[in-house]
Design a protein around this ligand. Sequence first.
Ligand SMILES: NC(=O)c1ccc[n+]([C@@H]2O[C@H](COP(=O)([O-])OP(=O)(O)OC[C@H]3O[C@@H](n4cnc5c(N)ncnc54)[C@H](O)[C@@H]3O)[C@@H](O)[C@H]2O)c1
Length: 261
Amino acid sequence: MAAGQNRVAGKIALVTGAASGIGRAIAQALAEQGATVLVADIDENTALAVVAEITEAGGSAEAVALDVTDEDQWVAAIDGLLERHHRLDILVNNAGIGGGDGSIEDLTVESWRRIQGVNAEGVMLGCKHGVRAMKQTGGGSIINMSSIAGIVGAPQLAAYCASKGAVRMLTKSVALHCARKGYGIRCNSVHPSYTDTPMVDRMVAAHRDPERMRAALQSASPLGRMGAPADVAGAVLYLASDDSTFVTGIELVVDGGVTAT
Ligand SMILES: NC(=O)c1ccc[n+]([C@@H]2O[C@H](COP(=O)([O-])OP(=O)(O)OC[C@H]3O[C@@H](n4cnc5c(N)ncnc54)[C@H](O)[C@@H]3O)[C@@H](O)[C@H]2O)c1
């Protein structure tokens, strides 16, 4: 077997928002490296398609219907997982939404609440029920998907920036709590810049000059390209694996150098 393979062999992983974009790439990477992956998404049909891709490639995966904003669904998903697999080793709270945002002057309470509901409250519920499961079975790694918008501001993304900042600080609180309790649970956040996914496709399509917008996104980073879902999946794989056993409470930036400028 080639070096660097089976980095998460035998581990049980749940990835939210795994039917598309970054979550799909994370699910594929974890499965390729030997984990059994629960592909969780509000869109169950597309989650089933990702499971089919993974199993056709020789990996192990199951689909789970999960709206991350609904605590009852979290309870059912985690309890079902524990019944079938008896442990949870890796939880990636990746599900998130953009769009419907705007500057503080444009923002409505309705879209603020919708964005916080998925991006911030959904991650809180995931951490709560992930910790509940992992502390029973000897620990694990929780990875929360933030964004560079959780570190630097963007004038037109008031609600999105606030939600991703919440994820960044919630992560540190969870990391410290679990360390203090001796649960063996690590919790870290990941901060991509623009990454080429259906979320970005929708944003580009809504722009008055989509071609110019896409070209601007491609050239926005010092490395001269937009991020790929696999770039983010690589960072998540590191945090999920035993290569990072002394790493907790960090914010791992995956941005081609954007925030270094
Ligand atoms: N693409 C980017 O440029 C970028 C940059 C930084 C951070 N992120 C973050 O990465 C994550 C993934 O983004 P993406 O670009 O792959 O988006 P995407 O739109 O391609 O995929 C998001 C997935 O989340 C699912 N989802 C949405 N609401 C859900 C809910 N309530 N419960 C469960 N699943 C739900 C969708 O069905 C979809 O499958 C998000 O948290 C996003 O904020 C994306």
